[in-house]
Every structure is written in structure tokens, then in C-alpha cells.
Design a protein around this ligand. Structure first.
Ligand SMILES: Nc1ncnc2c1ncn2[C@@H]1O[C@H](COP(=O)(O)OP(=O)(O)OP(=O)(O)O)[C@@H](O)[C@H]1O
Length: 262
């Protein structure tokens, strides 16, 4: 098995001067994600999903255990991993093309090449005609498309996606999911995806990891036994989706613990 992302016995807590031994935010995470796999993490609010992803990106160091990407231990942000967040973080003073080129510019890629890569991704992300617009001139969905193009521009092996579509309306979200799923599939990227939207998790993923309340740990792993990973619009329509949502709701105790933690 070609493991691309691995968490080995990872725990994390956030000590402060006043509280040097606080409770763990996440505990005993053991995760193995194969090259080309898309895995979603679902769990109650505050269970440590973002903490997990930040450790994958090398932005947080585990308190215990190790994270590996492509068999290399992750101790700081590295080039083969790209991160995409709910906020698009586009630079307002740069055009869409210049925003997409940012990572390549930092890597010292020549101007012509940068431009060619950016324009190809802008086309794939359906933003042709908006290359020279500024972020404020675009809708929320278009801005997230631009953020996706920027995330893909450096051709990372691994994408870490922290609720990238949660601020979008339901229909825009479905269209962007479709584009993302096709791009991940065509380019055989490995992705770890955080979402609160259970249908989104099922529609996009090969596998689901369910986390518990704090300290967050993986309580269940579910392989999504459905076709159309590259076509979430079709997958959503399958009759098996409903029972999978019910199973996740049960595991997450949605509606059983009052509103706390949801
Ligand atoms: N930099 C930090 N310093 C201190 N505590 C932190 C830090 N980052 C996260 N935490 C704590 O870790 C716990 C998990 O937070 P995290 O944001 O990872 O959860 P989450 O599952 O992503 O939440 P949500 O679903 O609401 O976005 C929380 O109790 C949070 O306060």
C-alpha cells in the first residue's frame, strides 16, 4: 500500500504558562491515507478537526507522535502539501491571475511558465474572462474557485481542505464540489477534507473518519461503497446515501445530546 499521509499515535494539547498540562485536544490519532485517496473527517464542533489538519500541514507540531507525508516526517510546512480554508485569503491588491500565480512566484518559477500554469487552472476552474479582475469583483463561489486554482498551482501531492465550501450557498457548493472531485480524480491527488456537511463527505470521499468529542479521536472508519467519486452530483442521487447519513448521525449522536457540541 502506497501510504501518502500517516498519523502515528498523534496527540495534541495546547499548554500555556498558567496551564502547563491542559487536557488533550486530540488523542491517539492513527490514520493512514493511500496515494490518490480522498478521505473526509466528520465530527462534532471543537473535536479537533482543524487541529488535526494543521498538524498535517506542518503548522502545528504534535505533542506526541508523528505525522508523515510521502514517508517524510512533517515538522514544518512543505511544498508537496497545500492547504485550502473556508476563507479564500485572496490578496485584494492582486488580480485573479496574480493570486493564482502566488505560490509559483514564491518558488521562483519563470514569468512565462507561471502565467501558462495560472491560465490553464483558471480555465479548469471556469474563471475564463476574470483573469484580470480583482477578488472584490467576484462572487463568493468564484473567489473559492480562484482559491482552488491557487491551491493547485504548485501541483501539490496532498491537499488539505478545511471546510472550503461551508460559506457558500447550497447550489454553488454542489457545483464546486463537482469541479473539485473531477480535478482530484483526474490528477490523482490525495486529499484530506474536513466538513460538517455529511452528504458532502459521502459525495466526495473514498473513506470517512468519524471523530468523537474532546479529546477528539477516531471512533469509526467507514469505506464509502459507492461509484462516481468523480461525479458527486450523480453520487448524491444514489439510494445508499440516506442510510449512510443515518449511520453518521447515529455515530455523531446528532439530536441525542441536545445542542451541546453541535
Ligand atoms: N492554537 C490553539 N491554541 C489553543 N487551543 C487551541 C488552538 N487551536 C485549537 N485549540 C483548541 O483545540 C480544540 C479543538 O479545536 P479545533 O478548532 O481543532 O476543532 P474543530 O473540530 O475544527 O472545531 P469546529 O468544527 O468548530 O471548527 C478546541 O478546544 C480549541 O480551543
Amino acid at each position: 500500500m502506497d501510504v501518502q499521509i500517516e498519523f502515528r499515535n498523534v496527540s495534541k494539547r495546547f499548554p500555556t504558562k498558567r496551564e502547563p498540562n491542559p487536557p488533550y485536544a486530540v488523542k491517539d490519532l492513527n490514520i493512514r491515507i493511500r496515494a490518490g485517496e480522498v478521505v473526509s473527517i466528520v465530527g462534532p464542533s471543537g473535536c479537533g478537526k482543524s487541529t488535526l489538519l494543521n498538524m498535517g500541514a506542518g503548522l502545528y507540531l504534535p505533542s506526541e507522535g508523528e505525522v508523515y507525508v510521502a514517508q517524510q516526517r512533517v515538522t514544518r510546512p512543505v511544498k508537496q502539501i497545500s492547504f485550502m480554508l473556508q476563507k479564500d485569503l485572496l490578496m485584494p491588491w492582486r488580480t485573479i491571475r496574480q493570486n493564482v500565480e502566488l505560490g509559483l512566484e514564491i518558488d521562483g518559477v519563470a514569468r512565462e511558465r507561471r502565467r501558462a500554469v495560472a491560465l490553464e487552472l483558471i480555465a479548469k476552474c471556469h474563471l475564463v474572462g476574470f483573469e484580470n479582475h480583482y477578488p472584490y469583483q467576484l462572487s463568493g463561489g468564484m473567489r473559492q474557485r480562484a482559491a482552488l486554482a491557487r491551491t493547485l498551482a504548485t501541483d501539490p501531492q496532498v491537499l488539505l481542505l478545511d471546510e472550503p465550501f461551508s460559506a457558500l450557498d447550497a447550489q454553488t457548493k454542489m457545483v464546486l464540489q463537482q469541479d473539485l472531485a473531477q480535478m482530484l480524480y483526474d490528477a490523482k491527488k490525495t486529499a484530506l477534507f474536513i466538513t460538517h456537511d455529511l452528504v458532502e463527505a459521502i459525495a466526495l470521499s473514498d473513506r470517512l473518519l468519524v471523530m468523537s468529542h474532546r479529546p477528539g479521536t477516531i471512533i469509526e472508519e467507514i469505506t464509502v461503497p459507492l461509484p462516481h467519486r468523480n461525479n458527486p452530483l450523480e453520487r448524491r442521487k444514489l439510494p445508499e446515501v440516506g442510510p449512510l447519513v443515518s449511520r453518521l448521525m447515529e455515530l455523531l449522536r446528532v439530536g441525542q445530546d441536545g445542542l451541546e457540541g453541535h
